[in-house]
Design a protein around this ligand. Structure first.
Ligand SMILES: C[S@@+](CC[C@H](N)C(=O)[O-])C[C@H]1O[C@@H](n2cnc3c(N)ncnc32)[C@H](O)[C@@H]1O
Length: 212
């Protein structure tokens, strides 16, 4: 599905249903991540950087936001966003989340970090990865003990919102997302103080926790 994001990077922000559907998930997720000023956070599968404003705001001027994505085209859009906003605390890395060497991230961290990050955030990305399990293991290796993780991702809506299932199936098929991937289950498995939320009729699941 790399080609989708290669071809659609320029239109992603307009076509992705951001305002109507998906912004609610990232807002809730960043709030649950509970980042402190000065924190270092990795945005796994950052795309065009739609999370950056929220993350930059959460970590403040002394913090660091690292955006990792395998698509150069999506990262070009992310870089434009960073430049347009004058964010000096954002660093972008082009890498495949399922195979990257964690040292590539560790090498760009401030010396005082000891090569570890304080938080990981991933929205609408892990369900697109060919296999999110190795991506989690690599990311977890970078997370300091008692660091925070939040995964925001998609599943089929429930209840009255079931009526939107055909639309959701179509949109996620176009984007290459697997609605049965449920990557947030890894936080339920590995985390403590786990907090969960759902928005948009259960279509968006948000799970955050502390990883020991
Ligand atoms: C639906 S977009 C989500 C982007 C962003 N997180 C957001 O919330 O808008 C999925 C992103 O995952 C990236 N992606 C897919 N497979 C990847 C992989 N194996 N490693 C890194 N990024 C990947 C795509 O390039 C794309 O930018």
């Amino acid at each position: 599905m790399a080609n989708v994001y290669q071809a659609a990077a320029r239109f992603y922000d307009c076509l992705s249903g951001e305002r109507t559907v998906y912004r609610a998930g990232r807002e809730r997720g960043v709030a649950l991540l509970n980042l402190r000023p000065g924190a270092i956070v990795l945005d796994l599968g950052c795309g065009t950087g739609l999370n950056f404003a929220l993350l930059v705001d959460a970590v403040g001027p002394s913090g660091t936001v690292i955006g990792l994505d395998r698509s150069p085209e999506m990262l070009t859009m992310a870089r434009r966003r960073v430049l347009a906003n004058g964010w000096t605390s954002v660093c972008l890395i082009e890498a495949d989340a399922t195979t990257f060497d964690p040292m590539r991230v560790a090498n760009v961290l401030p010396a005082a970090s000891g090569g570890l990050i304080d938080g990981v955030f991933s929205s609408y990305a892990m369900s697109v990865f060919d296999d999110w399990h190795p991506a989690w293991e690599r990311t977890r290796a970078l997370l300091r003990p008692e660091g925070r993780a939040c995964i925001v991702d998609m599943q089929l809506p429930v209840g009255a919102a079931r009526v939107f299932r055909p639309l959701v199936r179509l949109a996620t098929a176009v984007g290459g997302a697997d609605l049965d991937a449920h990557p947030w289950t890894v936080i339920e498995r590995d985390g403590v103080n786990v907090q969960c939320a759902s928005v948009r009729g259960g279509h968006i699941r948000i799970v955050a926790g502390t990883i020991l």
